[in-house]
Design a binder for this molecule. Structure first.
Ligand code: ADP
Ligand code: MG
Length: 248
């Protein structure tokens, strides 16, 4: 039986009177690449923040059958938040310092960075094809390069699960493609489970093994192929289903 890495049961989140999520339930298996799409304000970021334990919620979220905190403490989750890709030009850090900072949360005071830490950072940067940027000032890198530096930071603890919230919004089409292929490779070759929010329903089908369409509730969860063949989804989306399914 496939290992369930996350089980979400009846997840509901309210911000005051706004119900951002209502009774959301689904499961993610180890090795899945789940692409989440949905309109603006449909609760995608709220879902991710609940999974990460960053906001209060109702319902249950289990990681390999354990509660959130145990799993998080072991640093099995890497996270790339929404809108982090604009780093000020004068931000005083090199790319490798940013990557290494991913290890700080594990360290006890005084948080000293060792030669080994830099070695680990360098290896990950090499895997992502950015080792040449290690000593460059991070603020002066392009959006795509910065995003890969932040990805390297998220990967430095060798997470089993990588969570990304609209990671390619700020990128040009070329960098977007490179970034998407990098994530796909992490999933296929390194077996990292991926949970990725995308603004682009059409291109997610190219990479993801499962497709979650969210609109405060789960409208659809399953393979992209099933989504495209579902007459129930045709009833829901009308012509938009065709547009989503035939863009890639
Ligand atoms: P998405 O990521 O799909 O665009 P969000 O999860 O960010 O959607 O937001 C879902 C809904 O919750 C929206 O109506 C949004 O305005 C509201 N919302 C999100 N964060 C907050 C917050 N901190 N306080 C109040 N309302 C919020
Ligand atoms: Mg969002």
């Amino acid at each position: 039986m496939p290992l369930k890495i996350i089980q979400i049961k009846d997840l509901s989140v309210k911000y005051g009177d706004i119900e951002a999520l209502s009774k959301v339930s689904f499961e993610i298996e180890a090795g899945d690449y789940v692409g989440i799409v949905g309109p603006n304000g449909s609760g995608k970021s709220t879902l991710i923040k609940s999974v990460l334990g960053l906001i209060p919620f109702e319902g249950e979220i289990l990681f390999q059958g354990e509660s959130l905190s145990d799993f998080m403490l072991q640093k099995k989750v890497g996270y790339l938040p929404q809108k982090m890709s604009f780093i000020d030009q004068r931000f005083p850090a090199t790319a490798k310092e940013i990557v290494v900072s991913g290890l700080y949360c594990r360290k006890k005071f005084p948080k000293r960075v060792t030669r080994d830490d830099y070695q680990t950072a360098w290896k990950i940067m090499e895997t992502l094809g950015i080792s040449g940027l290690a000593d460059r000032s991070v603020g002066k890198l392009s959006g795509g390069q910065q995003q890969r530096v932040l990805l390297a930071r998220a990967l430095i603890n060798a997470p089993q699960l990588l969570i990304l919230d609209e990671p390619t919004v700020a990128l040009d089409p070329q960098s977007r493609e490179t970034f998407s292929l990098t994530i796909q490779k992490l999933n296929r070759e390194n077996g990292v489970t991926i949970l990725l929010v995308s603004h682009d329903a059409g291109s997610i089908g190219k990479y993801a093994s499962k497709f979650l369409y969210l609109d405060r509730k789960v409208v659809f969860y399953g393979t992209f192929d099933k989504f495209c063949k579902s007459s129930e989804m045709t009833d829901y989306f009308g012509a938009e289903q065709h547009i989503i399914c035939h863009r890639h």
